[in-house]
Design a protein around this ligand. Structure first.
Ligand code: ADP
Ligand code: ZN
Ligand code: ZN
Length: 748
């Protein structure tokens, strides 16, 4: 039956966001199908549309009765793919806000929020499983009827051993088994059923009876109260390392699960938090899914589906899990909320923590932010009363925080990065059968290879950067673009063979330690030693089990691991963050020092921490020694307030890059010229990035600041509008790669 075009069709136009970097939607006519039983258009559903010579899958943003375009110019959409929205209502509102707030193309936002499998025309329900069973007929027929169909016969024989078969049971069978099964189904011997994918609960050892400490109880009561209210509230759980924040999360989760609701638990990087996941799995029998970048498209689709259907009671995930749909979300928890990995650094640049807070508000559920070293943004919100603040100031195990001591490098020069004081401390710790953890945030052997004759250093030819020497493989590597070359034994400039390596990375420290402590077992933990899949989790477990006496690692070891036997932490280099041009460097350094210090002495003895520095008198260290995070944050607040830096002023960074040196800068200068700053908005100069050349591209940036968020946004939105509507500017903008970063975390 064909629908008459004269029938009243009121809302026959859809506005569609397509997955392209375009800051607008496009109107199409609702498709009129052959059968008349077309899917009704609804907001949030996928639709296939013609776009130039291509076909794209977009998301319906609105269903309406008129368009700004003349109707005879509108093309019909090809097919509506879903009969309901893929996004729950609070998520939908969050995505629209995200697009506005981060000035991100709406189609790209929608795209980022969907698993890859659904960005195409795939079915909504992932991998529904087919299972097969014998019918009565199949059971009663004599099998010798199948003598000429050996595969079918083999399948029938399999049913004798197992009454229900699925694709897994045919893994070892010839690939034609599918035809054989179909033939049996055709004959009526076998019946086929299709089941929804299931998510099983797990069995757990019910032995988790921790008696909460006084402080934990207070925190749990407060959080439970806000869960009971079923209202939005944001709470900072500021608990020192080892204070038992995880147990507080778990109690809150129990309350939510008892109400039959779901939990979103966001973590920085899955690879770094295998322990937390294991702890959740051991504690809760409820069905859970883990979402992270290591999943393949199918696994991701499954996880998404289970969250949306409400099958997964607990969803653990990295930043993009903030885009999950839920059937009945009851609580969001962000562990290690200060962690930089919650900021998406390319594509749609969002801060997942902020998105999660907005989402919790839309969803009317509480959100709990946990950290031993909260970000200044969150700290300020908690101090001002916008967030509730819960403090755990004691360790759950009653062990005192480690004693932090400085080693003055002006008095004690280092050899291979190690001072006599540090070596002494290592020796003493090993003598007590405790583990030593050495932290140095630089991998490789030496960061610089230097010619003694002409003073040139080995540089990456694609970046403004040195090549790092990797002794293990005798190669030079660029840590910025991945370029690799053979070890240079001769200077590229003067052919001298007097090449020396200067400075130290984790590999050199490892070698130096091996030489000085030949009996100790050593474990190096950095990106080089853990590059294969699963290796990091394995190595972390090795570290935790106490198998290695000395751990040498980069920031990978600073995250919230619970290494029970670490007696001492050595921080080999702290000075770089002190005098950096990045205004966030000291904040990051303080967080890092307290985090890595928190790995020491978690069980019985008080741990010790030694920091090597050439600036022991810097007031920074007085606060570090006292674990005075609050005092440090307050001093930061004063500085930032005075300078009108975030979170007291608002920043946006316009970045551009181009293979031609002047082009990026030119584009930004023009942008600066064209921007009409609203009151209170300051445009800095367009400047080359601190590392101007990277991977062969020249990079430049333009910082836009304001003490008013709305005027900052409006200034930028007006400029975006201008380039979108001006042919010449559009052309210029297309000649470079540029991006806009609202609330940037990195300034390069
Ligand atoms: P955080 O995440 O705050 O660093 P964890 O939750 O990892 O701290 O807890 C640190 C250690 O203390 C863990 O080994 C945990 O099992 C233990 N712990 C937590 N709460 C208690 C408690 N109430 N009683 C005894 N041990 C506890
Ligand atoms: Zn030379
Ligand atoms: Zn490079």
């Amino acid at each position: 039956m064909t629908l008459s075009i004269f029938e009243p069709r009121i809302e026959h136009i859809i506005s569609v966001a397509v997955p392209l970097p375009l800051r607008q939607c496009f109107d199409f006519l609702v498709p009129i199908g052959e059968s008349g039983d077309d899917i009704k258009p609804c907001v949030g559903a996928r639709v296939k549309v013609p776009f130039g010579s291509r076909k794209l899958i977009g998301i319906i943003q609105a269903v309406k009765s008129d368009s700004d375009f003349p109707e005879n110019k509108l093309k019909p959409a090809i097919e509506i793919l879903d009969n309901s929205s893929l996004f729950d209502a609070p998520l939908w509102a969050t995505l629209l806000w995200l697009s506005r707030y981060y000035l991100a193309p709406i189609g790209e936002v929608m795209d980022a929020a969907l698993p890859v499998a659904l960005r195409q025309a795939g079915v909504l329900m992932p991998g529904s499983r087919k299972t097969w069973a014998l019918t009565d007929q199949g059971r009663s027929r004599p099998v010798d009827e199948l003598n000429r169909a050996p595969l079918q016969l083999a399948i029938i024989k399999r049913f004798m051993k197992k009454s229900l078969l699925n694709a897994d049971d045919f893994k070892d069978t010839a690939s034609s088994w599918r035809q054989a099964i179909s033939a049996l189904v055709e004959k009526g011997w076998v019946e086929e059923t299709e089941t929804e994918p299931r998510l099983a609960e797990r069995e757990i050892d019910d032995q988790h009876s921790v008696v909460l400490t006084e402080q934990q109880l207070v925190a749990v009561d407060a959080i439970n109260a806000s869960i009971e209210q079923q209202n939005f509230s944001a709470t900072l759980l500021h608990g020192i390392t080892g204070s038992g924040k995880t147990e507080v999360y778990f109690s809150a989760m129990e309350t939510v699960l008892a109400k039959g609701q779901q939990i979103l638990l966001m973590v920085p990087e899955i690879g770094l938090t295998p322990q937390l996941i294991t702890r959740v799995e051991q504690r809760f029998s409820d069905a859970l899914v883990v979402m992270h970048s290591g999943l393949n498209d199918t696994q991701r689709h499954h996880a998404w589906w289970h969250a949306k259907q409400g099958n997964a009671k607990i969803v653990i995930g990295t930043r993009s899990s903030v885009f999950s749909s839920f059937a009945k979300l009851g609580l969001i928890i962000i562990d290690e909320e200060h962690d930089g990995s919650f900021k998406q650094q390319d594509g749609v640049r969002y801060q997942a923590r902020d998105v999660a807070i907005y989402r919790a508000k839309q969803q009317n559920v509480p959100i709990l932010l946990g950290s031993a070293t909260p970000s200044l943004e969150t700290f300020v919100n908690a101090e001002s009363g916008r967030y509730s603040l819960l403090r755990l100031s004691e360790r759950a195990t009653k062990v005192k925080l480690p004693k932090i001591e400085l080693i003055d490098l002006n008095m004690q020069p280092t050899n291979d990065g190690l001072s006599p004081g540090m070596l002494e401390a290592i020796k003493a710790t090993l003598a007590k059968n405790k583990q030593v953890m050495l932290f140095l945030n630089r991998r490789g052997y030496a960061p610089v290879l230097y010619c003694k004759d002409c003073k040139q250093t080995a540089k990456c030819h694609r970046c403004d950067s040195h090549l790092t020497l990797h002794r293990r493989v005798n190669r030079m590597r660029c840590h910025h673009c991945g370029y690799e070359s053979q070890l240079q034994t001769q200077c590229g400039a003067c052919q001298s063979t007097k090449m020396v390596d200067v400075g130290e990375g984790t590999q050199r420290v490892e070698d130096a330690i091996a030489l000085r402590f030949p009996d100790a077992s050593l474990l190096r933990i950095d990106r080089d030693s853990t590059s294969r899949k699963g290796e990091l989790a394995q190595v972390l477990e090795q570290a935790r089990s106490g198998a290695a006496d000395i751990l040498v690692g980069t920031q990978l070891i600073t995250k919230g691991h619970d290494f029970p036997n670490v007696g001492m932490v050595g921080i080999l280099e702290a000075d770089q963050g002190l005098y950096s041009t990045d205004f966030r460097a000291s904040e990051a350094l303080f967080q890092q020092i307290l985090q890595v210090s928190g790995r020491a002495g978690r069980r019985d003895d008080v741990g010790r921490v030694f920091i090597q520095t050439s600036f022991p008198d810097n007031p920074f260290f007085a606060k570090v020694i006292n674990h005075d995070f609050v005092g440090f944050s307050q001093s930061l607040i004063e500085e930032r307030k005075a300078a009108q830096f975030p979170p007291f002023g608002f920043f946006a960074l316009l970045r551009a890059e181009s293979p031609h040196q002047a082009q990026a800068l030119q584009f930004l200068r023009k942008a600066r010229h064209d921007m009409a700053p609203l009151e209170g908005v300051r445009l800095m100069d367009a400047v080359p990035a601190p590392m101007e050349r990277r991977a062969g591209k020249f990079r430049a940036q333009l910082l836009v600041c304001s003490n008013q968020r709305s005027s900052l946004h409006n200034t930028l939105a007006n400029w975006l509008h201008l380039i979108a509507s001006n042919k010449e500017l559009k052309k210029l903008a297309n000649s470079v790669r540029w991006s806009l970063d609202i609330d940037p975390l990195d300034h390069y």
